[in-house]
Design a protein around this ligand. Structure first.
Ligand code: V4E
Length: 243
């Protein structure tokens, strides 16, 4: 994990050969490349993804749940934090409205990345209106089996990582033929999100990114290509962008 932060504020962008030159000019430090497979899970009626909850098993990292950020007492635990009952989003309070931001920044997204197995299971069970069984409360693999979660997307990403100050830039190439960049800041509290958005926007302008509608993420393109009914349901729910 990069930091022990919690909310990922990120903006996707399309990149080409000139992006590498611009990154170098802006003093970006190359942090190496990684390659991993993500397998995403949901129930057959897509209850999790329709609620913007993304459960995945990432090769080398294990189970992760990406979901809209929520306010928790004290610090909300997720990325890189130990699993401590009572401080790691459990029980889940109501979601907050995202902070108001300028029109371009609307294209940026904020997600919380929950890695504590117990909290992943708790959140999934709450959404599916199920009681976590005592024996699999802290075991995501077992919960996946018991709750009939199935893989709906699986793909390999080759990621080239850069850092510019406290911003992270990932240039991703997915094995189904889509490439997308991402500028990311990680913050601990929702109040810090507007400042992070400002930084990301300002960096985007320096990088020469176009001020236009949101660039689709890998998942939008994957579903559009391989799971059209799921894609239709999620675009209608406003959860993923149209490709
Ligand atoms: C949040 C989300 C999904 C989960 C995967 O998120 P994404 O950031 O696209 O993947 P990746 O591989 O870059 O994850 P990271 O390594 O950064 O944790 S799939 C769809 N969504 C929703 C979503 C959205 N509404 N808008 C945008 C621009 N992206 C994703």
């Amino acid at each position: 994990d990069r930091v022990s932060g919690f909310i990922e504020v990120e903006q996707k962008f399309l990149f080409g050969p000139s992006t590498l030159e611009k990154l170098a000019k802006l003093g970006a430090i190359q942090e190496g490349s990684v390659c991993f497979r993500d397998s995403y899970y949901d129930v057959p009626d897509w209850c999790l993804t329709r609620a913007d909850h993304w459960l995945r098993e990432r090769e080398g990292a294990g189970w992760e749940l990406k979901c809209p950020p929520r306010l928790a007492a004290g610090v909300t635990g997720s990325k890189g934090t130990p699993c401590t009952a009572g401080t790691d989003n459990h029980p889940s309070p109501p979601p907050l409205q995202p902070p108001k931001v300028s029109s371009r920044a609307q294209a940026a997204t904020q997600y919380q990345e929950v890695t504590c197995p117990q909290n992943i299971v708790t959140r999934i069970c709450a959404l599916l209106d199920k009681d976590p069984g005592q024996s699999w409360r802290g075991c995501v693999s077992k919960a996946v089996e018991e709750l009939n979660l199935q893989i709906f997307a699986s793909f390999v990403t080759t990621r080239h990582k850069y850092r510019v100050g406290d911003l992270h830039v990932d240039l991703d190439e997915a094995d189904f033929g889509y490439a997308v960049g991402e500028v990311e800041a990680v913050v601990q509290r929702l109040e810090e999100v507007p400042e992070a958005l400002e930084k990301i926007q300002s960096f985007g302008r320096q990088l020469g990114l176009e001020e236009k509608a949101a660039v689709p993420g890998k998942m939008s393109v994957y579903l559009h290509q391989f799971r059209p009914a799921h894609y239709k349901a999620l675009t209608e729910a406003g959860v993923v962008q149209k490709v």
